[in-house]
Design a binder for this molecule. Structure first.
Ligand code: TRP
Length: 359
């Protein structure tokens, strides 16, 4: 096992929508198709991260499995020998290393993390409190705000996820870059103090070869195309859940918000976000089928998109049914066993370095 490691997190707690599929799941499948063989791929489920913001604990365990099945239905090959799939909470070293790293992390560093600030502010009761002003967020937390300490500590657990396996490449979106920088800082600090302990993850710049040079895919709400597609409880008509019935999804496409032009033409997201969004969906679902749409009127164009979306869903539902639960569980358990050994070896080195185990 001396191939360089690419490590990614497979989100687990929310039910998936079409935006997740096109923006996160498909890119992950493509990553495997392109790089497995040459690299080791660690694809893990950060289930301990799942309740840094409020969730339904009663469904977390099943949702985790359901979501993993979607990855498999989307083409993730679980028989690929360089790919390891595992649940974070099944490998206790993640939690143990987090505690040790916590004691080498400065409050000021975590205070600067913008994702924490945004999410902590959103967890407040008052919508007006959505602010990136850290002093106000801290005040709110001290005053009994609803952000929890896990949310604050999120980047340290993420650093442990990465450092335990010596991962060099961690392809993440814009919102996670700061956490990756923090991981590098922490690894460097530790190595300086205790000797070469951790593999230093590549710089953000070097990570680009796995993230791709293209703009990340951001599917918009069908109803409010200025916003991202999000969970259906917030925006039911604007969101296509992967569990939607094909004809239900087709209806949502037919009632999508557009604009007052007559033909599709070549829309951009700035001036015609609704049509640009539908065109993006079409392109990603069935590459090539967008070739002759520019002269189409909106009605025909929507019909075409609706047809493709409903065909995509029927196909996905059939593939989901075909995923073998037992096989998937065996894969998880085998990989958790293998990865536990890797993680524990790293943890032991650290424990020795900090004086918890004899040298
Ligand atoms: N924070 C990541 C996200 O929101 C998920 C994640 C947790 C992760 N630990 C990680 C991603 C380690 C990469 C590496 O998408």
């Amino acid at each position: 096992m001396n191939k360089e490691v690419i490590l990614t997190g497979l989100r687990s707690n929310d039910e998936f929508h079409l935006g997740n599929y096109l923006g996160a799941i498909l890119p992950m499948v493509k990553l495997q198709q392109k790089h497995a063989g040459e690299y080791q791929l660690n694809m893990f489920i950060p289930d301990l991260h799942s309740f840094t913001t409020p969730i339904d604990h009663g469904t977390l365990y099943d949702q985790t499995h359901q979501n993993l099945k979607v990855f498999v239905a989307a083409g993730l090959d679980i028989d690929q020998p360089d790919t390891f799939i595992y649940r974070q909470s099944y490998i206790p070293a993640h939690s143990e290393l987090t505690w040790i790293l916590d004691c080498f992390t400065y409050l000021g560093e975590l205070n600067r993390m913008t994702q924490f600030k945004d999410k902590a502010a959103k967890a407040g009761n008052d919508a007006e409190q959505i602010t990136s002003d850290i002093e106000r967020v801290k005040e709110m937390m001290l005053a009994g705000g609803t952000a929890n300490v896990g949310l604050f500590n999120y980047p340290v657990l993420m650093a442990a996820d990465i450092l335990l396996y010596g991962a060099k490449y961690v392809p993440v979106g814009e919102d996670q870059r700061q956490h990756l920088e923090f991981t590098r800082d922490l690894a460097e600090r530790f190595n300086k103090r205790f000797g070469e302990m951790f593999v230093l993850p590549a710089t953000i710049k070097e990570q680009a070869k796995f993230v791709g040079t293209q703009e990340p895919v951001r599917i918009r709400s069908l109803r409010n195309p200025d916003r991202k597609m999000s969970k259906s409880i917030d925006d039911p008509a604007g969101t296509i859940m992967l569990s939607d019935k094909p004809e239900e999804a087709a209806k949502k496409i037919m009632t999508a918000t557009t604009d007052n032009q007559a033909k599709v033409g070549s829309p951009d997201f700035e001036s015609r976000p609704g049509i640009a969004n539908l065109l993006q969906i079409l392109k990603l679902l069935s590459p090539g089928s967008e070739a002759n749409v520019s002269e189409m009127n909106y009605e025909d164009f929507k019909q075409l998109v609706a047809k493709n979306v409903s065909a995509f869903l029927s196909n996905l539902h059939a593939k989901l049914k075909a995923v073998d639960d037992r096989e998937l569980m065996q894969k998880l358990e085998a990989d958790e066993l293998a990865m536990r050994q890797v993680a524990e070896a790293t943890l032991l080195k650290v424990q020795k370095a900090v004086g918890l185990r004899p040298l």
